[in-house]
Design a protein around this ligand. Structure first.
Ligand code: NI
Length: 397
């Protein structure tokens, strides 16, 4: 079966590279993936899949019913389709034709790998005992698309879900799997400190919101190191600060905006209270009022043990164990694949797209980000063979 999958993928490779380049040169921003979605739907229906469009606004679902002896389970495979507001600066001859928009996060590769896997599995439907549902998700970069698709029923009946993300620091042809936490929860934080305005020469008659904001920031950062479990990372970054009216006027209000990243669900659950207590203590000490708004974003991606093992074993059989890395560390980046994991167990792997002979591989979201396209076949074979083995084994029940 593995040889058959590899042969099918290799035969499809030129077409898949063509597809990837087409998507790359026509990138669309989050929530506006109209052309990409229409293109995806076209490829899926010509491969004989049952296609649903407009799932989660611009999302597409393709479903494949295996015809071999019945397995009631349904395996979902998720790829994302959106690009970023970045002006591409590569010298590729299929460079982005959309001004200021670029597939700098490799979602063009994800979409292509999803389509390739659908094409391969559709040609072996007689050997496939269960159902495979391909989710082509919009708006991953704004962490909304997974919610939109789930709301429209994309996870109904799903027994398990697989996903992938390209990774430039792993060479093309290799993949990385990770047991447990893969990415962090990412929440938004807004703190407003309300003091009292006054003359810059007479601070004792005012409540200086800027000075108190500085205390709040410093105290929060110090408190992480003294009051949070160091084995359960919390990263709090204030990325925006606004306040004050003039150099000689004491500011009456400061607004702080930041992001809070964490890996452990229990740690995350306590963060809003923990932050509010610190802000309250500092503000109360100096007579300021405050507001804390903590908005939950996406949870941490927690890969299921058995499904990760299934991916690892399938990939090792396909490529040899030297091309499969077990990643020792998670990332504190965020990924809305975690939203699907609230409905079914799953595992997301990292697809190596780095060039072996290049000294620097530009990171994700860089205007010169490029991928080793040989990774497309690696991704397709890994997913198709893992899907096949999923139905052989009673995993993820
Ligand atoms: Ni991405």
């Amino acid at each position: 079966m593995l040889t058959r999958i590899k042969d099918l993928a290799t035969t499809l490779a030129p077409r898949l590279i063509e597809i990837r380049r087409h998507i790359h040169s026509h990138p669309e921003l989050s929530g506006q993936e109209y052309q990409t979605a229409a293109f995806v739907a076209g490829v899926l229906s010509s491969s004989g899949l049952h296609v649903l469009e407009g799932v989660g606004k611009t999302g597409v679902i393709g479903e494949l019913q295996g015809t071999s002896n019945k397995d009631e389970r349904l395996l979902a495979i998720r790829t994302d389709m959106d690009a970023l507001p970045i002006q591409e600066r590569t010298r590729l001859d299929f460079i982005s034709r959309a001004e200021g928009i670029m597939h700098a996060c490799g979602h063009d590769v994800h979409t292509t790998v999803g389509l390739g896997t659908a094409m391969v599995l559709s040609q072996m439907a007689e050997e496939l005992p269960g159902r495979v549902r391909f989710l082509f998700q919009p708006a991953e970069e704004i962490a909304q698309g997974a919610c939109w698709m789930v709301k429209d029923g994309a996870m109904e009946d799903v027994s398990a879900i697989l996903g992938l993300h390209v990774f430039p620091s792993i060479p093309g042809g290799s993949i990385g799997v990770r047991y447990g936490a893969l990415t962090a929860a990412a929440d938004d934080l807004e703190i407003i400190i309300i003091g009292e305005s006054g003359h810059g020469a007479r601070p004792h008659e005012a409540v200086d919101a800027i000075w108190i904001a500085a205390q709040v920031i410093t105290t929060l950062q110090q408190a992480i190191s003294r009051t949070q479990n160091p084995l359960r990372p919390v990263v709090l970054s204030i990325g925006q600060i606004n306040g004050g009216r003039a150099p000689n006027v004491i500011a009456d209000q400061v607004r702080l905006l930041g992001t809070v990243r964490s890996l452990h669900p229990e740690t995350r659950a306590n963060l809003p209270n923990w932050i509010e207590k610190i802000v309250a203590n500092v503000c109360n000490s100096y007579g300021a009022k405050y507001q804390v708004h903590y908005r939950r974003g996406v949870p941490s991606v927690q890969n299921d043990y058995e499904l990760t093992q299934l991916l690892q074993v399938a990939a090792e059989e396909a490529w040899g164990s030297d091309r499969v890395q077990v990643l020792p560390e998670p990332s504190l980046g965020a990924e809305d694949f975690s939203v699907y994991l609230e409905h079914a167990p799953g595992s997301m792997f990292r697809l190596g797209v780095g060039f072996k002979d290049k000294v620097t591989n530009h990171p994700l979201h860089h205007p010169q980000f490029e991928v080793d396209e040989s990774a497309i076949v690696t991704g397709v074979v890994t997913l198709a063979y893992t899907a096949y083995r999923f139905f052989l084994k009673k995993v993820g029940v």
